[in-house]
Structures are given as structure tokens and as C-alpha cells.
Write a protein that binds this ligand. Structure first.
Ligand code: GLN
Length: 473
């Protein structure tokens, strides 16, 4: 069995584990397998070794070390880290070095985590397969002919390939949970506002959240505890204390009532559905009351998302003008320079989103598209509120299929978008959700089961997820 973060930190503190040797082990795996996996945009070998050396000397001197002492962590390349490039897998940010650290990264570093690298992703987090990356696709370590999911595919692959003990990703419509499911790891999207977005490059600001990917629910919960909590640098940050999640016992589901959302499971592959049924049975065996439920509004989440997210993206991405960040393609006058920079700098999917979003926000269309999508969002939130009067948590597949093959969907945006039908509703509602590996499906690829919970009910969600993890085939 792989070690948990808790075990690693205990080992580092007692002197049984040498953080330098541990980091070298991970860097060796990266050296051997990264060329074929392509999970990273930047590997921070020197930084990691130096940080490990510092921790080792502090332990030797008897000085205290943090709750992540010596733990190798990979972070998505849309999180700003001082001293390293942040590219968002886009040409437009080529050679851009942020002058500050994202709050989530300051918090990891303050607890003595070791950042081993910045991971590959779909450009600006737009995609579900990590194929929309200016740096080429990431391959799924479970089957190199398949995608790792996206957009945090590099983070999921890095955890699955043991390049890192855990990783951070971002989730706007499923980008932590879907790749976690495809690579057979745990992925957690927190309640909107629980984790600071300061230093996360914005895609759709009303939906974006940073969260952990890890080999176990306990590791994901511990990381969330560390990165969560109010930050005055993010005006949407909740004024709530970080939840206490680590070390919670979850031996029984007694007293819990759980709904399986029919609209999110009906369209899934038979093998995915079979695993969901087994997951439901295991919760019943643990004492929960489990039943099928209907939330028809979730069927409108995907179309609403593909108006709202591109609308916000078109506004957020206006800042890449060739003046302030990264790439510039020179021209005789400024508007031509702006246009050339943007047409060379952005990839096809990002351009599609900017055009969709700009169209949806045009005067005269605003109410018919953006306004209508906002109303759908409100209806969806009300429908979830009603469901959570009856249930403590909701269950669904994380994605309707297991990992598909590279190139299979890249020319078909609708097929690509459909891999997020199950994850998008929680983003629109601002609710937490987690994907837990639960056996395998087609061709032996991992299946993820999603547990959703109401806002700030991370503790219940983690309890249910832990029971599923223990029961997983
Ligand atoms: N796949 C979805 C999209 O392309 C979600 C992306 C995300 O969560 N960042 O928008």
C-alpha cells in the first residue's frame, strides 16, 4: 500500500524518512517516465532538491517542520509560483513569470510541501482531455493510448504515475474530478469561496475553484484543510474557517440518506452504471438509506454552463493583449499588434470560447443567452436545495464513460463537452463534490463515483467518500 501524507510527514519528523531521498525517488520516476507521459510543463528539480535539503537540516537541528514536511506535490500550471513560468499551456503566456505566489501555494509552502513541478493542462483550463495544450497532450498512465481527462490532466497523471504524492488542480466544470476519475485517483472540488482564487489564472470566475487530487480521500481532505480558509486577497473568499476533515472516522453511514441522481446516471456506459450500483449497495451495507431520485433541472446545466463559462472567459481573457503579459507579435499599429498577438497566441478551443462568449454578451442578445442561462442557474440551485432537504449527499458517476482514446473527441467539441455532464451541476450551484475511484470499466480503465453535497458540507461528503474508498473493488 502506498504511504499516506500523514505517514510521510511522521517519517520525516522522526528522521526515518530523508526528504532529500524521497524527492530524488520522485524525480527519478519523473526522469524515466515523463517523456512518454508529458504530465509536466515545468519540472522544478533544483527547487525541489533545495527545499528538501532545507527541511532535512531543520529536522536534524530539532526545529519544527510543517504538516506537509517533505511531501512532493505537483501543481497545475494556472497557479502562480514566483520564480517559475506560469503558462496555462498557452503560447500567449510564453515566458511569463508571475511576480507573486498564489495563496494556495503560499499555504502549501508554509507547511513545508515540496513543489516538484507545474503540470500540463488544457489551454486556460478549457477542455476535458488535456489535448488542447500548446505543449502537446498528456497520456494516461493507466493506458498511454488514452487521455488522462482534463483540464487538470497533468495533475491527475502525475499522481497516478507517482511523480508526486498529491497535486492541485482547478475545477470550473469538472476539471479536477473528471481527470481524477479517468486516472483512478481522488479529486475534490470544494465549495465555491472556500479556497482562495488569488493567483489562480481566471477562466470563469464565478465557477473556478482550486482543489486537491490525491491517492486517497484522507490525503485529499488534509490538503483541502491546508489550502482552505479566508483570504482577503480574494473578494469572493468566504469568511468561514477551514473545515476540519483530517482523521475523521468513517466506519458507518448510519443515519445518512443518499440520493442517486437518475438524470446523471441514465446516460452512462453500462459498466460505469454497474459500478455506481455497487457503490450504492456498499453505502447501504454501511447503514445509509439510499434511493434513486430525480432532479430534472440538472439536464439544463451543460447548455447553461456553455453560455456562462465562455461569457466570463471572453471577459477574463481580454487582458492578453500583447502589452501586459507574455507573447507579443509586433505590427505597425496597436490594434493590429493586439489582433496578431491574440490570433497567434490562443489555440482553437480558446478562440471558440472567446467567440461564443462575446456573442452571448452582445447588446440585444444578452438577455436571450446570458440572462436565460443565469435564470437556469437559479432554478438549478433551487432544485438542489430541495433535494438536500431530503438527502445528506447525492451520488452519480463522475463521467458517463471511462477514459477515451487520444484524438477520439478532439475534433468534436460537443462530444468533448458531454464528458462533463455529471460534474458541471455542482459548479453552477457552487457546491462541493468529490470523485472516488470505484473499480474499473471498459478495457480495465478506472471508474469514478461522484459524491455531491450542499455548500460547506465537505465533512459529510468526505465521510461518504471514505466509506466508498474502503468498499471499492
Ligand atoms: N471541461 C470543461 C470545459 O471545457 C470544464 C473545464 C474546467 O473545469 N476547467 O470548460
Amino acid at each position: 500500500m502506498a504511504k499516506t501524507i500523514e505517514a510521510i510527514v511522521a517519517g520525516v519528523r522522526s528522521g526515518e524518512i530523508d526528504p532529500v531521498a524521497l524527492v530524488d525517488q520522485h524525480l527519478k520516476l519523473i526522469e524515466e517516465n515523463e517523456p512518454s507521459t508529458n504530465a509536466f510543463i515545468t519540472v522544478l528539480a533544483d527547487h525541489a532538491r533545495q527545499k528538501a535539503g532545507e527541511i532535512a537540516s531543520r529536522v536534524a537541528a530539532g526545529d519544527p517542520v510543517g504538516r506537509l514536511a517533505g511531501v512532493p506535490v505537483a501543481v497545475k500550471d494556472n497557479l502562480c509560483l514566483r520564480g517559475a513560468p506560469t503558462t496555462c499551456a498557452s503560447r500567449i503566456l510564453e515566458h511569463w513569470h508571475p511576480p507573486y505566489d498564489a495563496t494556495v501555494l503560499s499555504r502549501l509552502l508554509a507547511e513545508d510541501a515540496i513543489i516538484v513541478g507545474k503540470t500540463n493542462m488544457d489551454e486556460f483550463a478549457m477542455g476535458s482531455s488535456t489535448e488542447h495544450s500548446a505543449r502537446g497532450p498528456t497520456h494516461n498512465p493507466r493506458d498511454m493510448t488514452r487521455v488522462p481527462g482534463g483540464s487538470s490532466g497533468g495533475s491527475a497523471a502525475a499522481v497516478a504515475a507517482r511523480f508526486a504524492q498529491a497535486a492541485l488542480g482547478s475545477d470550473t466544470g469538472g476539471s479536477i474530478r473528471q481527470p481524477a476519475a479517468f486516472c483512478g485517483v481522488v479529486g475534490l472540488k470544494p465549495t465555491y469561496g472556500l479556497v482562495s482564487r488569488y493567483g489562480l489564472v481566471a477562466f470563469a470566475s464565478s465557477l473556478d475553484q482550486v482543489g486537491p487530487l490525491a491517492g486517497s480521500v484522507a490525503d485529499a481532505a488534509l490538503l483541502l484543510e491546508i489550502i482552505a480558509g479566508h483570504d482577503h486577497m480574494d473578494s469572493t473568499s468566504l469568511d468561514a474557517p477551514a473545515p476540519r476533515l483530517a482523521g475523521q472516522a468513517a466506519d458507518s453511514a448510519e443515519g445518512l440518506s443518499i440520493g442517486i441522481v437518475r438524470e446523471l446516471s441514465d446516460g452512462a456506459d453500462p459498466e460505469v452504471k454497474r459500478r455506481l450500483d455497487e457503490a450504492a449497495e456498499s453505502l447501504e451495507r454501511a447503514g445509509a438509506r439510499v434511493e434513486s431520485c430525480s432532479i430534472p433541472e440538472v439536464s439544463y446545466a451543460l447548455p447553461a454552463y456553455y453560455l456562462l463559462a465562455p461569457a466570463e472567459a471572453s471577459s477574463n481573457l481580454a487582458r492578453y493583449d500583447g502589452v501586459r503579459y507574455g507573447l507579443r507579435v509586433n505590427a505597425a499599429d496597436t490594434p493590429t499588434m493586439n489582433a496578431r498577438t491574440r490570433s497567434v497566441g490562443f489555440g482553437a478551443e480558446v478562440k471558440r470560447r472567446i467567440m461564443l462568449g462575446t456573442y452571448a454578451l452582445r447588446a440585444g442578445y444578452y438577455d436571450a443567452y446570458y440572462g436565460q442561462a443565469q435564470r437556469v442557474r437559479t432554478l438549478l440551485i433551487r432544485a438542489f436545495d430541495a433535494a438536500y432537504e431530503r438527502y445528506d449527499a447525492l451520488l452519480s458517476p463522475t463521467a458517463p464513460t471511462t477514459a477515451f482514446r487520444l484524438k477520439e473527441r478532439v475534433e468534436d467539441p460537443i462530444a468533448m463537452y458531454l464528458s462533463d455532464v455529471c460534474t458541471i451541476p455542482s459548479n453552477l450551484a457552487g457546491h462541493p463534490a468529490i470523485s472516488v475511484p470505484f473499480g474499473t470499466g471498459e478495457a480495465g480503465m478506472p471508474v469514478g463515483v461522484q459524491v455531491m453535497a450542499p455548500a460547506l458540507a465537505e465533512a459529510v461528503m468526505v465521510r461518504v467518500a471514505t466509506i466508498l474508498e474502503q468498499a471499492a473493488p
